[in-house]
Design a protein around this ligand. Structure first.
Ligand code: ATR
Length: 277
């Protein structure tokens, strides 16, 4: 490989046309005056291994992985971080100089950094968290909440067995609450996180009754389209502190950008504006 090759990165998923990541990485490349490109790539699951084998030869330094390949990619990677193994999914790959593919999951990092920035007075150890949903995003959220010392996590999911599997995998601090009873445990919560797709543009609204929410409870939604979901609007009206989900998308990209392009970017108002354009 010649040394003056422009470093390439991108996102692999299907579909990927809607992805905000190209705008985000190009914004940071501009801010830092770096050469590089970030390309969305729509790839079928059957072709994933072949594509990942080829990209490093074309000057790619790494890629993000999104739906539906986040779990499958663990079968292809040579090295997997402990947190990606625990979560069972990766969102970031680094193509190492020795030819090995290194897989990591930075979703939990993005989730926590978004809360630290959006709710600077948040004290994770102050009380229980209620997590709605038990999919891949919920696994990343639960892993990171355990990491930062949340004492108890109550998981509620439409499909109960999925929540039970998650609780089994993550140990005693995680307990399962029936989906129809999720509203009943909100009054015990110091924080509430929606990891389901409910409230997303084109999806049904979140219907969990929120009237039990205490004033001051931290409520956050991983959905960022729309930015102000009904959950966040209603929580705000009840006097809760709310943080929208856009920051998680921005923060999860920070470690990847740094590894690929060599500079650690910041997430600020200009970053948000760049991807809301
Ligand atoms: P992700 O990796 O983004 O978490 P996922 O694994 O498909 O995606 O999980 C989506 C989450 O949204 C799940 O918790 C799902 O609940 P089920 O496990 O019961 O499928 C939840 N979800 C999606 N549509 C829902 C709906 N209409 N009502 C309640 N929960 C829903």
């Amino acid at each position: 490989m010649t040394t003056d090759r422009i470093p390439l990165a991108g996102v692999i998923g299907s579909p990927v046309a809607h992805s905000k990541s190209p705008q985000l990485h190009h914004h940071w490349l501009r801010v830092h005056g770096l050469r590089g490109h970030y390309i969305p790539m729509d790839v079928n699951t059957d072709d994933l291994a072949e594509v990942l084998g080829t990209l490093p030869k074309m000057g790619f330094v790494g890629v993000n992985i999104t739906v539906p390949h986040k779990e499958k990619v663990l079968e292809i990677a040579d090295l997997i971080t402990d947190r990606a193994t625990l979560i069972g999914a990766a969102n970031t790959l680094i193509f190492r100089k020795d030819g090995k593919i290194h897989a990591d999951n930075t979703d939990g990092y993005g989730f926590i950094e978004n809360l630290r920035q959006g709710a600077p007075n948040w004290n994770p150890s102050s009380g229980p968290a209620v997590v709605l949903g038990a999919g891949g995003a919920a696994r990343a959220v639960v892993a990171s909440l355990i990491d930062v010392g949340v004492p108890e996590i109550l998981i509620s999911n439409r499909t109960r067995v999925r929540a039970e599997k998650l609780a089994d995998d993550f140990g005693k601090r995680v307990k399962v609450v029936d989906w129809v009873k999720a509203g009943n445990v909100l009054e015990d919560a110091d924080m509430v996180v929606n990891t389901t797709s409910l409230g997303m543009l084109g999806k049904p609204e979140m219907r969990v009754p929120l009237d039990g929410l205490r004033k001051g409870t931290l409520v956050t939604d991983l959905v960022y389209n729309p930015l102000q979901t009904r959950l966040l609007r209603e929580a705000e009206a009840l006097g809760c502190q709310t943080v929208d989900g856009l920051g998680m998308l921005l923060h999860q990209a920070v470690p990847a950008f740094e590894r690929w392009f060599g500079k650690r970017p910041v997430v600020d108002a200009a970053t948000r504006a760049a991807i809301l354009r």
